[in-house]
Design a protein. Sequence first.
Lengths: 216, 556
Amino acid sequence: MLAGERLLPVPGPLGALLPGGGVQRGSVVMLDGPPGSGATSVALQLVAAATAAGEWAAAIDPDGTLGGAAAGEAGVVLDRFAVVRGVPASRWTTVAGALLDGVALVVAELRGRLAAGDARRLTARARERGAVLVAVAGGPAVWPAEAGLRLHVGHGAWPGFGPQSACLASRSTEVHAEGRGARRRGRLDALVAVAGIPPPSEAIAGQPRGERARQC
Amino acid sequence: MLTCCLWCPDWPVVAARRRDPSCSGAPLVVRERVGSREVVRAASAEARAEGVVAGMRRREAEARCPGAVVVDADLPGEARAFEAVARAVERITPRLELERPGLLSFPTRGPSRYFGGDEALAGRVHEAVAAVLDLGEGPVPVRIGIAGGRFAARLAARRADPIHVVATRDTATFLAPWPVAVLGDPDLAQLLVRLGLPTLGAFAALDPDAVAARFGAEGRRLHALAGGGEEALPVLTEPPPDLVEDQELDPPAARVDAAAFAAKALADRLVERLADRGLACTRVVIEAETEHGEHLSRCWRHDGAFTPGALAERVRWQLDGWLAANRPVLDGGEAASPSERQDALGLAEGGLDSTTGALTRLRLVPDEVVPAAGRQLGFWGGDQAAADRADRVLTRVQGMLGYDAVVTAVPQGGRTPSERARWVPWGEPREPERPLVAGGEAAAWPGAVPPPSPAQVFDPPLPAELLDADGRPVVVTGRGDASGAPAHLRCPALPRSGGRLSGWAGPWLHDVRWWDPSARHRRVVWQVVVEPDPGQAVACLVVVERGTAAVEAIYD
């Protein structure tokens, strides 16, 4: 397979952060961030990238909290995105392995402790099938093996939202990408803004919207 | 050998008119959703006279024919309505094959001799179907074509007015002037036109070996068709007798939903077992037994091999058609007597036509199989192989964890994020409960929380407390006056159980179902940003109902 074909392109400011402008097929992406920071939205953007390329994606959502409307707004083609809920911790590895067989991208929320052997087996399965496994860690749960790309979502902010605002409009999220990149090595900080409908009363000019990349 | 093809042009329109007789006078356009656009699925004759063509966008169709009534496509309804036509033809010949609602075919050798000739047979069939459809005045929308082979018979039906018979020896000459586009392969057709072979006759005149060398096995098959040959598949094998898939339905299924999961499982198993032997199915007989001991069967054919999804869809349509008579109420909402039900289904004659009981057994019998390395025609514009792989895996996970464990989202109308998406189990039709579009425009939901939507939605919402600066719960009156500005949010599920608010928006007042005293409830929605730690901002959606607050969503 050509090197270009092995890359799943990710559009938008998030893609600009990633080495090569996308995610390598057959690799594992580790995604973590404190609750409320925007990690789920980043995961949905990766799902949108996969479905936009005409392929299928699946998510393991043990608590059943994934928002369908948010997925649609992130650009996910909902016909090709399935969510698996109610997965008991004992079957998590089996379900993740089964999904990697059939779809191009799996977003899996880690629950509890995952054995290192299981993590390595899933990594091998992903590599064999050319699928992408996005392991979303949270709190005590971590991904105990190698990951080709690590995305850390830092504390986000909602600029311009104060008491008696019209509605939530724009947000800025700090995303650090670490991994074996083609051109960029080391940490990259970028502010990825997710814009909604701007409130009519607020002045738009002068607000830092869009991407601002600072290399450190 | 002669085949007879019965075609009801614009069957979606006919079915829509039977469902809703009030739109019989005006031009009618049936629309369906393809991807993100709405296109015309079928148009009535009056609409077509104004220039509406199947496949064009709905807006363009409305511009060309402003007086047209636009209705949604209803595939199960079309299949159900066509079941009556199939039954009428079944009384004349049992060996009919359904291809899709609106198109069926059957071999003519036996019935033709019985009725005294092809013309007479076609006349009988036309009469029987016209009696069933019973549309009153106006031309009967049924065309019958008889020719050598199904492909030629379909073209004869297009030419029919309303009957067209082509003898076997004349089939090649009948086919010759048709353009190559009717073969159904647009790439090949374009290429042939560029090579200077615009008609089937010109294509058929080529040397078969040369065609096979240039265009492959598929090209040779189409070349044989163009010459008036039979629909000869490369190797027609007798289906192995042990490949019948059987399922007992216990408790007996009186509604389609109860049997749909079993039907899908049967379809998957059949296609998988055939694939294990390197075979694919192009014709299948769907059989069922009712609790009163009746045997029902119907033969369905597919253009190309049956995929599990297509087969399950046809089984579902067929069950819909058989079980339709069991429905206790008509669409009008009143209970119907059996004779009213039969009339509604267009069954002019009584007798054993209606299913009198629930189904106890479902069986799928492959009738015609081909080697599986043959034709795999793509369907919904995506990669068919990827869709099949995903379907297999998702059905397997469904089997592991339960039917409701694998779901997909369907956007629908609503005011809050949890109302705006419906999670449908994998395998069920993806239909919203509340449509996004009503009457041709986006439905309005006053008081809806504007996008962006939150990525984490909790159902049921997490209990919380929304307090003002003095520590009292924030209360909103019916007129929208808040008792105080929200200043603190306490919720055990948030980091550090919540904290001070750095910003808030709202309140949005929802008065849901105010016209129904038993179902009425009022609630207030706030958007807030909590700062449990300095520098950490968590945006939440808080719903206050009957004095208790709860966090319904987090903008993660």
